[in-house]
Design a protein around this ligand. Structure first.
Ligand code: R5P
Length: 283
């Protein structure tokens, strides 16, 4: 029985179709004081697979409530799929006195599940923060699917850390070259991008990254390419978080189109990770 979190209802439905499994009835309520109540009325199954992207603090609480609710209803085996794991980028104490937030939430999730499945977490090493087995699914290849026909394609990552994503998308697309920019982050919303040496004049460029959050990284990269003579510039991201004014920043920078998956359900989620998740769950 698949149990969707509020933020992953379309993905859970797609996954249910892929797996030929049923979706549990779920209710998401909020008390007058702001506390959430996620519940599974009538749940009656021995195994439960919860699918919930933790895009907000409330989504984390809902996930913990759903894990607890299915246990309470008698589930003996619980798998938790976190298509987008919030707080994953806070995987170190970056300053004295800071928490390792990714570890804190991973420990909490581990208390009431037997297995966790993550999709392209920012760093694979965060799987070690969980106290239960973790499978990591690489959904970057899905991003090639919605791309249009490209002219002399170049797949670029905004920093060396995301080059694997560029390589995977390029392989899945079937032709093209890959490279990466140098990125210096000055603050949460201020980044400096230094162009690579690869010639992009007149070419279609796809900038690939694991996540677009504030859009600072992507919009800087898009601006460099658009000003530097690239033909069309596309963004392809596994996790289209697109917080605050990110979408506008990208448009103003000259983006042709943004492609994302449904790990975070947004208007730009043009491809589903359900097939790759189904493969991982059936293994
Ligand atoms: C960082 O290394 C990640 O791969 C992304 O580049 C980053 O999280 C994007 O954040 P933003 O959209 O806020 O620049």
């Amino acid at each position: 029985m698949l149990v969707p979190g509020a933020s992953s209802q379309a993905l859970a439905a797609a996954l249910a179709t892929e797996l030929g499994e049923s979706l549990a009835a779920v209710e998401y309520d909020t008390f007058p004081d702001g506390e959430t109540l996620a519940s599974v009325p009538g749940f009656d199954a021995e195994t439960a697979t919860i699918i919930a992207s933790t895009v907000s603090n409330d989504a984390y609480i809902e996930l913990l409530q759903l894990q607890d609710a299915v246990r309470e209803a008698g589930a003996e085996e619980v798998t938790t799929v976190i298509p987008y794991m919030g707080y994953a980028r806070q995987d170190k104490a970056f300053e004295a006195g800071h928490p390792i937030s990714a570890r804190a939430v991973a420990r909490a999730v581990s208390t009431t599940t037997d297995r966790v499945v993550l999709v392209n977490p920012h760093e694979d090493a965060i799987s070690e923060f969980f106290d239960v087995p973790v499978d990591i699914v690489d959904a970057a290849g899905c991003l090639a699917k919605p791309l249009p026909e490209l002219h002399d394609p170049l797949f670029l990552s905004p920093d060396s850390g995301a080059i694997d994503i560029a390589n995977t998308v390029c392989d899945a697309y079937g032709e093209g070259e890959t490279d990466y920019f140098e990125k210096k982050r000055r603050s949460g919303t201020d980044v400096e991008i230094t162009p690579s040496k690869t010639d992009f004049d007149g070419r279609d460029v796809v900038i690939t990254d694991d996540i677009i959050a504030t859009g600072s990284t992507m919009s800087e990269a898009v601006a460099v390419l658009a000003k530097g003579g690239a033909n069309r510039v596309f963004c392809a991201t596994v996790h289209p978080l697109l917080a605050r004014n990110a979408r506008t920043k990208l448009s103003r920078a000259g983006i042709e189109r943004v492609f994302g998956t449904d790990t975070i359900e947004r208007e730009v989620s043009s491809v589903s990770v359900a097939p790759v998740l189904a493969d991982a769950l059936e293994r």
